[in-house]
Design a protein around this ligand. Structure first.
Ligand code: HDD
Length: 702
């Protein structure tokens, strides 16, 4: 050690010089100012590899403002995550109106046909933290910020059209119950635990939403394949300030698609970012997700005639009763440049509405009108969060006399910071003025009645729509709902909580309650006393997933598992058939370097077998050689690959040489098990759907 000597800073020797990243030359030509690394305050940095020390091997010096600034900034990189919807993925795009709502509203975004408005859309799970996984059973947030010419409009919705609670005062209870339990800090991103089901059983108004969450809607395949809903009832106001009620809808061009529960669980391990990656990669590849935008419009008289209260967010308006008018489209065509600056810092506010759109008295919405602005103050730390680029109104100027505050980035000029003022010089108005004709106006609802904390009688029916939802499902979907409830209640340790839930389910449907009781192996308890007797509403087929949209390979991915010696012509035929049907292909091989095909050509792989399980794909084709197959049957990753595709009801294409692998995986013949040497096209057709008829063979359903 004694022979080591301190050297002049920056002259430590060849290794350090190489690390320097500038070729080790200290006094080379000055970099152009625009390429210079600087401190936050613009001081050019000469050395970003070494902290300032008292001698090369001596202690670091407090004087090193470059080190301190860098580490201090890093120490504060995280901001509080959202209390709900913490994990999200977002994209930029545009909204285009195709049909005007002139006469119903004066909002330009809903009346100017052909106009394209910039949007930023953030999808999210609700319960999990920002670092949780993408595929748990949960509701998905679907929040759209339209940068309209008349100010930002934030339609902050979900992929489920109803909500758990009727009054915002219950929201903190609901979220506390579903999030990880207070004492033990688990489970993360899961509703399958005591506290959630305890509250749900005690709060029957949540039953309808629970049916949706336990259905396959709770485990979507892709964020590009979910519907969206504004959930709350809003108002549209025309030029004469006449109002109608409105519900907002998003319909995915790619159709609705879900995962199987076992698949969702396995995806969480194989690719925790499955939805985020899927959205990002699709947009990066130019395969832009698209939704139709629709409205259900209801007059006050029509609302009065409905068999439920339009102000109750636990109810939907069946579209068979009030059809959806499709009036626009949403296209997501650009990924965020920076996750934090955009996806994380975006702040949605249900209070953001242009003139011509207004709220209703829905007590859930009324509470939301307070909550979102409030939460941004602790999350983003300042009243000036609207100045962040992602939140700034872009379609129009914004100007007012709000001033100062933490992180103020604007530099207002002039002496007047109040309104009205008379400080304008000749010909000027002295700052912005209110605009009674063009500005926001509120519906002039006449109010009567005493101040009260009463819940209206019209909110008392908690079961009719839950029943309608369940009875509108196909038999397969009903079985999935029953199985999901059995799964979740099986994670509940308190027997009384399980029984209370079954007692409530008896008011939904006897068959459902019986299945769940059987699945838990308990006696059917007495039905609970409903607040209002459930009614039998007409089934609404639009509430199903299966059969609602035509089968499609668009936006879906097929994996071709190959080995050395595989027939390249068949690989190409299958690829061609899949791509012609709008799907994409990924080559999966035992080694990432690819395989040598029968004709000697090298086929590069997109994924290595162990890291690319079949849960990540919509269908699989096994194009292997005899010798390759003999290796695969000894590899559990290959056997799982095939077995999972089978039990997740996917199409499996194969060459005759794959017989031993199919056999080892327990695959039995059915309509979606196809020999691709006969027709690649038939396989592509089969790949566009799931084999629901196979399910009873592979899974015991409640
Ligand atoms: Fe909420 C975030 C959707 C009821 C309070 N909510 C949030 C997000 C979505 C929704 C999609 C994420 C926005 C983003 O991506 O940044 N919330 C809904 C829907 C509801 C609903 C569709 C029922 C109709 N929410 C609701 C109630 C309250 C809140 C009743 C409170 C009383 N929600 C919040 C919040 C959040 C939020 C705490 C967390 C982060 C944020 O707002 O910006 O204020």
């Amino acid at each position: 050690m004694a022979d080591r000597k301190d050297k002049a800073p920056g002259r430590e020797g060849p290794d350090a010089a190489a690390l320097r990243g500038n070729g080790g030359e200290l006094h080379q030509t000055e970099a152009a100012p625009e390429r210079r690394l600087t401190t936050n305050h613009g001081v050019p940095i000469g050395d970003n590899q070494n902290s300032l020390k008292g001698g090369a091997r001596g202690p670091s010096l407090l004087e090193d403002f470059i080190l301190r600034e860098k580490i201090q900034h890093f120490d504060h990189e995280r901001i509080p995550e959202r209390i709900v919807h913490a994990r999200g993925s977002a994209a930029h795009g545009f909204f285009e109106l195709t049909q005007s709502l002139d006469g119903f509203t004066r909002a330009k975004i809903l009346t100017e046909v052909g106009e394209k408005t910039e949007v930023f859309v953030r999808f999210s799970t609700v319960a999990g933290g920002a670092g949780s996984v993408d595929t748990p059973r949960d509701v998905r947030g679907f929040a759209v910020k339209f940068y309209t010419k008349e100010g930002n409009w934030d339609l902050v919705g979900n992929d489920i059209p109803v909500f758990f609670i009727q009054d915002a005062i219950k929201f903190p209870d609901l979220i506390h119950a579903v999030k990880m339990e207070a004492d033990r800090g688990y489970p993360q991103a899961a509703s399958a635990h005591d506290t959630f089901w305890d509250l749900i059983g005690l709060m029957p108004e949540s039953t309808h939403m629970v049916m949706w969450a336990m259905s396959d809607r709770g485990i979507p395949r892709s964020l590009r394949m979910i519907e969206g809903f504004g959930v709350n009832t809003f108002r549209l106001l025309n030029d004469r300030d006449e109002a109608v009620f409105v519900k907002f809808h998003w319909r995915p061009k790619l159709g609705l698609q879900s995962t199987c529960w076992d698949e969702a669980v396995k995806i969480a391990g194989a690719d925790p970012d499955y939805h985020r990656r899927d959205l990002y990669e699709a947009i990066a590849a130019g395969d832009f997700p698209e939704w139709e935008f629709g409205v259900q419009i209801v007059t006050a008289e029509e609302a009065d005639a409905l068999p439920f209260d339009i102000l109750d967010a636990t109810k939907l308006i069946p579209e068979e009763l009030v059809p959806i008018r499709f009036i626009g489209r949403l296209v997501l065509d650009r990924n965020p440049d920076n996750f934090f600056a955009e996806t994380e810092q975006v702040a949605f506010l249900p209070t953001n509405m242009p003139p011509g759109i207004d709220v209703s008295e829905d007590p859930l919405l009324q509470g939301r009108l307070f909550s979102y602005q409030d939460t941004q103050l602790s999350r983003l730390g300042t009243v000036n969060f609207h100045q962040l680029p992602i939140n700034r109104a872009k379609g129009c100027p914004f100007q007012n006399f709000q001033r100062d505050g933490h992180m103020q980035t604007a530099v207002p000029t002039g002496r007047a910071n109040y309104e009205p003022n008379s400080l304008a010089s000749e010909g000027e108005i002295g700052g912005p003025r209110e605009d009674p004709a063009g500005g926001f106006r509120t519906f002039g609802l006449a109010l009567d009645g005493p101040k009260t904390r009463l819940r209206p009688e019209s909110f008392a029916d908690h079961y009719s729509q839950a029943r309608m939802f369940y009875r509108s499902q196909t038999a397969i979907e009903q079985a999935h709902i029953a199985s999901a409830i059995v799964f979740e209640l099986s994670k509940v340790t308190l027997a009384a909580v399980r029984l209370r839930m079954i007692a409530n389910l008896r008011n939904v449907d006897e068959d459902l309650a019986t299945r769940v009781a059987k699945g838990l192996n308990v006696e059917l308890p007495e039905a609970s006393e409903p607040a209002a007797p459930p009614q039998d509403m007409a089934p609404s087929p639009a509430l199903r997933i299966i059969g609602k949209y035509p089968p499609s390979l668009k936006g879906r991915t097929v994996a071709i598992l190959v080995t050395d010696g595989a027939d390249g012509a068949i690989v190409e035929e299958v690829r061609h058939a899949v791509e012609s049907a709008g799907g994409s292909v990924k080559i999966v091989a035992p080694r990432i370097g690819g395989v040598t095909l029968a004709n000697g050509a090298l086929l590069p792989a997109d994924g290595q077998l162990a890291g690319s399980p079949s849960v990540l794909f919509d269908a699989v084709a096994l194009i292997v050689s005899e010798s390759g197959c003999a290796e695969l049957v000894k590899d559990s990753a290959a056997v799982d690959f095939v077995q999972d595709a089978f039990v997740h009801l996917k199409a499996i294409g194969h060459v005759p040489a794959a017989a031993a692998l199919l056999d080892k995986a327990g695959v039995t013949a059915d309509e979606l098990i196809l020999d691709v040497t006969k027709s690649g096209k038939d396989f592509a057709t089969a790949a566009a759907t799931r084999q629901w008829d196979r399910e009873p063979q592979v899974r015991s359903l409640a």
